[in-house]
Every structure is written in structure tokens, then in C-alpha cells.
Design a protein around this ligand. Structure first.
Ligand code: AMP
Ligand code: ZN
Length: 487
């Protein structure tokens, strides 16, 4: 790889050369979902964006420890996540279930959706409830260093005090007065000393369901604390990349940095990467705005604004056609265009294996490969990469039509390049080919069974029939032979 990787860092507000602390190792922490409802397509965009980043870093030789948490406690409803009811407990009460049943249900659903979109699992997926002790330790640390104070069994972070020696607005680029002026005034009931102070530990009301003992009260941790505790535990005082959606930057990540500095005297990550939002008619897709789409609604087309359904890989391709730092507006026309583009790309990939090499070449592939790397090295620019891949599509089609000659060496380059960038880096799958393969495999198994039967090996023949039955395929014997159907 000849060029170096440049990454846009929210902290410096510019693209910087990526230099990990301890190469070839890279530590990356990304804020995971709050598992109180089904993930919507907007959430999926963020995780697909980080999947692209994870895949590319791995592809260029880094050994990435990717930590993506599950928020299963402590995320309250207010904008800053520390006022009102706990999102999970609220859902549990409505559904008359245990909070952990809610957590299990939606965490499983999240994993299923990630798999459908071919998002690779992270290296570690820690949960907030699994790290209560670590969070309590951080609260003790912040009380000891004077950045936190206790009121009636709850503990708050003192933002104004912190800002006397540190820059609270280092990530969001705003000064404290500006932030103070844009925050609502403290209510009469408020235990906080300052308007920007945030909860580290919250004393539980008697009816609150998820609570733990602590030196201050039976309660639960503030939302921002879990990410400081878990990133520190698995990646150390300082690691390479911290990521999340851009909506998390002004408050959640700002508070996370303050906590880490208060505990360990270090901004936890060198590069802060933020993904932009999926929008609908220009508005952020969100559950609370009521404009969110569930992935399965998109696959089936069962949604009032959809004209038809789209396959998971079409959706992934649609997402990757935009740069991760641009907003992306969701709509029928854009999906139709992506569907056409994705099919064209897959059709060309399908031709690759059968292309005939000539003795001479009219095309050199190496510069194209270089341009693919250059696109990704420029802050993971997937739309530019995809444009280069369509250049490859034109080459493939011309060779296939006999209009362009390519020699063995260049053909091999082309095949490797497409495999690498289409499947490994962009993480796309050829759904059509996968669908075509299944009947071939089943027909082959049916032939094996027929052979076993004609050899009077009924034990094997029954084993095959029962085995297929278990995984959802029925064999139907008739005088014309055997065919299979899905149960
Ligand atoms: P949450 O479960 O609300 O904490 O969100 C999980 C992740 O999804 C966070 O990183 C959010 O920034 C991200 N997210 C939420 N809405 C959108 C959206 N419309 N587009 C892209 N990412 C989003
Ligand atoms: Zn977080």
C-alpha cells in the first residue's frame, strides 16, 4: 500500500494522517445501541459505516480490537440521557416483562439485523450492566479528584469546575458560556449545581427496576459513564479511535472525555470519528420523530412510503454510496437507483470468472487498484471507491464483449481487486449467486440419497431425509424421482 491513510478527526476538525499508538494494533471503541426497541435503519447506517472502517483497517494490515457496547441500563429519556425514566425500564413496564427480557429481545434482534447486513461482529461487546463495579470505581475517582459532588445519594459531574482547568468544549468546539446560554435553566427540584452538570450515579426511586448498591445509594449509573468505564477497561487510558453517530458528539462524547480526563488525566482517544445521519425528507430518522423504518419493513416493502421491498445488500450498497460524513436521504428514487447500480456491479462480478485472457493487453489494472486505495485512504471515501469499481465494470463488460483485450496478469489483478474491494472492504454479498447455489447443493444431496437407496443402503437414505427435514427441507419421492421443497 503506497499512500497513507487520512482520517477526519472531529477533535481537530481536519483530516489527519492516521498513526496508531501501537501499530499494527488499533483500538477502536464505538457506542452501541440502547436495546429498548428494534434498531431502525438510521442506527444501521452508523454501524455499517463503522463496519466499513473496521474492514478497511483490517484489510490494510492492522490488528483491530473493536469494542462496541450494548447499553442495557442507565440511558434515561431526556436529551442528555439523564432525566426522566430509564428507556428500558419504561418499555419493560409497558410490556409487563422483566427489563432483562427487553434487553435480551432487542439485543438478539440487533445481532440478527447486523448479520443480515453482513456487519462483522466486534471483537468485544460489553454491556453496561456487566460493568457496574467499574463504573462505581470511576465515580469514586471523580469524587476524590474533586470533579464530582454528591447530593442526596446521587453524584453529579461539576462541569464549571472542570472547565476552570480543562476545556470542556474541546470536542464540540463551543465555549462554556455559549453552552450555558443554550441550556434550559435549572428547575426548583434540580439537585445539580450547574446547568451543564450531568449525572454519574442516580439514586433510584422505589419503583425503579434496575438498581445496584453503591457507597451513595441503591441506584444506577449515568449513561455517559458506561462508555468511559468499558473503553478504559478493554482499550486502556488512551486508544486510537472513538466513534459514534454525530448526534452523540455534543453531549455524550463531550461528557465522556470530561470523565476520562477527570479519572485518568487523558482524552481517551486520539481520533474521534463521527458518522452522519440517515434522514427522511431532510429530517433525522429517529424513533421519537416517528419517521423511522425497521429493516424488515424495507426488505418486504411493507411501509406506507415504500413502493416495493429491497434486498439487504441493496440497502447496504445504498448506504455505502454516500460518504459516512454526509447526510443521506432515504427515498424510493434513491433506492431504485441503488438497486440498478448494485445489480450492474454484481452482474459484472458474475462475468469475472469466465473472462478470457488474451496474449496482449490494452488495459493496465494497477493504476485502477491504486485509485481504489487512494479513495479509501482519503477518509474512507466509499462513494469514490464505488465510482472506481464502476470503471472496472466497464472494463469487464468490454472484455466480455470482445471489445477490449486483457492479458492473464491484468485479468488476475482485476479479479483480485474486485474480490477485495467489493466483498472484503465494502462487505457486499452476491445474494443472487447465493440463492442460485442452494438448489444446486440440494439437487446434489438428492442424487446421493438416490444412489444410497439403489444400493439398498436405507440407513443412509433415511439419515439424509431426516437431516434435511430438520433444517427445513422436505423430500418428495414419486415414480419420476425425488424432488425437494421448503417446509
Ligand atoms: P441509540 O440506540 O439511540 O443510542 O443509537 C445508536 C446509534 O445510532 C448511535 O451511534 C446514534 O448516533 C446512531 N443513530 C441514531 N439515529 C441515526 C440516524 N438517523 N442516522 C444515523 N445514525 C443514527
Ligand atoms: Zn457511548
Amino acid at each position: 500500500m503506497e499512500q497513507n491513510l487520512f482520517v477526519y478527526n472531529t477533535l481537530s476538525r481536519k483530516k489527519e494522517e492516521f498513526k496508531p499508538i501501537n501499530p499494527p494494533h488499533v483500538g477502536m471503541y464505538v457506542c452501541g445501541p440502547t436495546v429498548y426497541s428494534d434498531v431502525h435503519l438510521g442506527n444501521c447506517r452508523t454501524y455499517i459505516s463503522f463496519d466499513l472502517i473496521f474492514r478497511y483497517l483490517t484489510q490494510i494490515g492492522y490488528k483491530v480490537r473493536y469494542v462496541r457496547n450494548i447499553t442495557d441500563a442507565g440511558h434515561l429519556e431526556g436529551d442528555a440521557g439523564d432525566e426522566g425514566e430509564d428507556k428500558i425500564s419504561k418499555k419493560a413496564k409497558i410490556a409487563q416483562l422483566e427489563p432483562m427480557e427487553i434487553v435480551q429481545k432487542y439485543a438478539t434482534g440487533f445481532h440478527e439485523v447486523m448479520q443480515i447486513f453482513n456487519v462483522l461482529p466486534p471483537s468485544i461487546e460489553p454491556t453496561a450492566t456487566g460493568h457496574i463495579i467499574e463504573q462505581i470505581e470511576l465515580v469514586k475517582e471523580m469524587l476524590a479528584s474533586g470533579f464530582a459532588y454528591e447530593v442526596n445519594g446521587s453524584v453529579y459531574f461539576d462541569v464549571e469546575k472542570y472547565n476552570q482547568t480543562q476545556d470542556y468544549g474541546i470536542l464540540n468546539g463551543r465555549n462554556l458560556d455559549d453552552m450555558l446560554n443554550n441550556t434550559r435553566t435549572l428547575g426548583g427540584q434540580d439537585e445539580k449545581r450547574g446547568k451543564l452538570d450531568f449525572a454519574l450515579w442516580i439514586k433510584a426511586k422505589p419503583e425503579h427496576l434496575m438498581k445496584w448498591p453503591s457507597p451513595w445509594s441503591v441506584g444506577f449509573p449515568g449513561w455517559h459513564l458506561e462508555c468511559s468505564a468499558m473503553s478504559h477497561k478493554y482499550l486502556g487510558d488512551q486508544f486510537d479511535i472513538h466513534g459514534g453517530g454525530i448526534d452523540l458528539m455534543p453531549t455524550h462524547h463531550t461528557n465522556e472525555i470530561a470523565q476520562n480526563v477527570a479519572c485518568f488525566n487523558k482524552n481517551p482517544a486520539n481520533y474521534w470519528i463521527h458518522t452522519n445521519m440517515l434522514t427522511v425528507n431532510g429530517q433525522k430518522m429517529s424513533k421519537s420523530l416517528g419517521n423511522s423504518f425497521l429493516p424488515h419493513e424495507l426488505f418486504t416493502g411493507e411501509h406506507s412510503i415504500l413502493e416495493r421491498g429491497y434486498s439487504p445488500m441493496t440497502v447496504r450498497f445504498f448506504m455505502l454510496q454516500a460518504h459516512y460524513r454526509s447526510t443521506l436521504d432515504f427515498g424510493n428514487e434513491a433506492m431504485e437507483a441503488s438497486d440498478k447500480g448494485f445489480k450492474r456491479l454484481m452482474a459484472a462480478v458474475g462475468l469475472l470468472a469466465g473472462l478470457k485472457a488474451s496474449n496482449s493487453t490494452e488495459i493496465e489494472i494497477a493504476p485502477l487498484v491504486q485509485r481504489c486505495y487512494a479513495a479509501m485512504n482519503d477518509d474512507f471515501n466509499s462513494p469514490v471507491l464505488i465510482a472506481e469499481l464502476f470503471e472496472a465494470v466497464r472494463i469487464i463488460n468490454s472484455v466480455n464483449d470482445g471489445k477490449l483485450k486483457i492479458d492473464t496478469n491484468n485479468l488476475q489483478h482485476l479479479q483480485n481487486m474486485m474480490r477485495l474491494f467489493v466483498f472484503e472492504v465494502l462487505g457486499l454479498k452476491d445474494e443472487q449467486a447465493e440463492n442460485d447455489d442452494l438448489p444446486k447443493v440440494l439437487n446434489f444431496i438428492v442424487t446421493l440419497r438416490s444412489e444410497a437407496k439403489s444400493n439398498h443402503d436405507y440407513a443412509t437414505s433415511d439419515k439424509i431425509r431426516n437431516g434435511l427435514q430438520k433444517i427445513g427441507f422436505q423430500l418428495n419421492d414419486s415414480k419420476d424421482g425425488t424432488n425437494w421443497s421448503k417446509i
